[in-house]
Design a binder for this molecule. Structure first.
Ligand SMILES: Cc1cc2nc3c(=O)[nH]c(=O)nc-3n(C[C@H](O)[C@H](O)[C@H](O)COP(=O)(O)OP(=O)(O)OC[C@H]3O[C@@H](n4cnc5c(N)ncnc54)[C@H](O)[C@@H]3O)c2cc1C
Length: 304
């Protein structure tokens, strides 16, 4: 894929055309920086390109996806970098290796982060052996390979974090899929922090479910603990509590609950008027790719 160099973006800026981009407000803004090129960020880039053709769009992602390769040909500068911090006074976002990205408007779409501090024993080893597998299809395939390697009589434990979290129906779908895959070889136990099921989830009655939060894990003698005791399993999939991706907090865009409060009509941050937050990081309860894309379209359609 083509990723523009720092020199590339400076070249674009020098030759760029001044444009007025209001993003729902009266201020002049011709540089829009989009951080995060997942479901939300990529949709925002595409619709902004169409609705505000003269604006300068810059997309930064630590791992730009395959679809980002087509963007430079459409005049969108793409950088593989991780934004570590944001200075609102100067309108600058800082990359890992000293790169600076100036902006008039910042669209943040960093997805989720895991909140493991409240789970005793959740160290780096736990992150590996009791892994969440909660990033997407590739992760799900890795988990299924581990399921296939289980012996007869196995128990798979899946822990469900308190809502909101990414893809609320996901753990229940996963439990049903693993139950199918195991057949007579074993069973699935869901340890669910939520007393009720999400509206969109259907529950497979072959799955055993206990309603309790996870308070500790042990990756050496694989187990999870709830206030009532310790549960062991042959494969343990801990899906930790979640919040907006860590950059949201560092940039001052997250509230005390870890999610970013926004105006639902436009995605504009309620904490910083130059910022927009879309996708799973926003304080919207529906954390799916479909909702992320819809939010991105609303944001981009606010451009006049
Ligand atoms: C197992 C599973 C199955 C799912 N199935 C469905 C489904 O069937 N249908 C559906 O609609 N949704 C589904 N989802 C939910 C969907 O994947 C998410 O809601 C969606 O990906 C959210 O998009 P996003 O753009 O907010 O975040 P992401 O897609 O996670 O994108 C965030 C991007 O930001 C980048 N980033 C983060 N921080 C930085 C930084 N500091 N600097 C630079 N880049 C950064 C990341 O590299 C990433 O590319 C599923 C989720 C899971 C876990």
């Amino acid at each position: 894929m083509m990723v523009l160099t720092r020199r590339g973006i400076l070249g674009m800026a020098a030759g760029g055309v001044a444009a007025t981009l209001s993003l729902g407000g009266p201020a002049r803004a011709d540089r829009v920086l989009i951080v995060g090129g997942g479901a939300a960020g990529m949709t925002a880039v595409r619709v902004l390109r169409r609705n505000a053709p003269e604006s300068k769009l810059v997309l930064v992602d630590r791992y730009p996806g395959r679809d980002a390769a087509a963007l430079p040909a459409k005049g969108v500068a793409v950088f593989r970098d991780e934004i570590g911090d944001v200075d609102w006074a100067s309108g600058t976002a800082f990359g890992r290796n000293g790169a600076r990205y100036g902006f008039d408007r910042l669209v943040l779409a960093p997805g989720i982060g895991f909140e493991t501090a409240g789970i005793a024993g959740y160290d780096l080893l736990a992150l590996d052996s009791l892994a969440p597998y909660w990033s997407g299809a590739e992760d799900e395939a890795k988990l299924m390979r581990r399921v296939d390697a289980l012996e007869t009589g196995s128990t798979v434990v899946i822990t469900v974090p308190p809502r909101p979290y990414r893809f609320a129906a996901g753990p229940y779908l996963r439990a049903a899929r693993i139950t199918d895959r195991l057949g007579v070889r074993g069973k699935v136990l869901l340890v669910d922090a939520n007393p009720t099921l999400p509206d969109e989830a259907s529950f497979d009655c072959r799955v055993e479910r206990i309603v309790e939060p996870v308070i500790a894990v042990d990756s050496r003698a694989p187990s999870v603990s709830t206030p009532s005791g310790r549960l062991t399993g042959d494969l343990i999939n801990v899906i930790p509590p979640q919040s907006a991706g860590p950059l949201a907090r560092r940039a001052g865009l997250a509230a005390a609950d870890g999610w970013c409060p926004v105006d639902p009509a436009s995605g504009r941050s309620l904490l910083r008027s130059r910022a927009f937050v879309i996708g799973d990081a926003a304080d919207h309860p529906d954390k799916t790719a479909a909702a992320a894309a819809a939010q991105a379209r609303r944001l981009a359609e606010a451009v006049v």
